[in-house]
Design a protein around this ligand. Structure first.
Ligand code: 3PG
Length: 213
């Protein structure tokens, strides 16, 4: 399912998880990520600016992978897709949201942290899941344990990932890409410190060199 989309996610390697308080900053933020070598962004529905931010980024950077994150209801999923989000991410497994996305042929990354969660995804034919919150749920050790019973699944671990542990995740064969907010901290976005975001993005991309991303 959605092989081309997931191939692109894998090539980019990193999905920045952003919280935008003011949609007027959306284009600047997206441009900073692109300049740093990360043409992908997950705009979380943690603020009222998310919908407008997605619209602005999609309009200015139509080739960027623009998704909606922290999608916790069907209404949010519909709003996100109408705004132009090309993929959906959820912190957990909401069957209603997942089934709607599948029916609409929209890539969705539901969050999973246990084998029971994972089985919900397998039952629906999903091959990629978000592992969340990755560090707090066992991190790399947990991913190694998932590889045994779930050999055909890939994960996008998110939650507690930084430049320090990025390589340990990237070296796992069942990691498609990693997600995280460390290069797009709220303070940097609110200060419109695009240079810092570009710089941290470059460092993250550099840390992935040598892995199959
Ligand atoms: C998410 O929703 O995916 C997380 O907030 C990202 O986790 P992080 O802030 O620890 O990178």
């Amino acid at each position: 399912m959605h092989e081309d989309f997931f191939k692109r996610v894998h090539q980019v390697g990193i999905v920045p998880v952003v919280k935008i308080d003011d949609a007027a900053r959306a284009e600047g933020l997206a441009g900073a990520l692109i300049a740093g070598g990360i043409p992908a962004v997950e705009v979380t529905f943690r603020t009222n600016a998310a919908e407008e931010a997605i619209k602005r980024i999609v309009k200015k950077y139509p080739d960027m992978l623009v998704g909606a994150g922290t999608v916790t209801s069907l209404a949010q999923a519909k709003t996100a897709v109408a705004a132009g989000a090309s993929f959906l991410v959820s912190p957990g497994f909401d069957a209603e949201v997942v089934d709607w996305a599948i029916a609409k042929n929209i890539p969705i990354l539901p969050g999973v942290a246990t084998p029971t969660d994972i089985l919900q995804g397998i039952r629906r034919g999903l091959s990629v899941l978000k592992f969340f919150p990755a560090e707090a749920s066992g991190g790399v050790g947990m991913l190694k344990n998932f590889a045994g019973p779930f050999p055909s699944l890939s994960f996008v671990p998110t939650g507690g990932i930084s430049l320090d542990n990025l390589a340990s995740y990237a070296s796992q064969s069942n990691v498609l890409a990693v997600g995280g907010s460390w290069m797009v901290k709220d303070s940097l976005i609110n200060a419109e410190d695009w240079a810092a975001i570009t710089n941290m993005s470059r460092n993250a991309v550099a840390a992935l060199q040598g892995f199959s991303f």
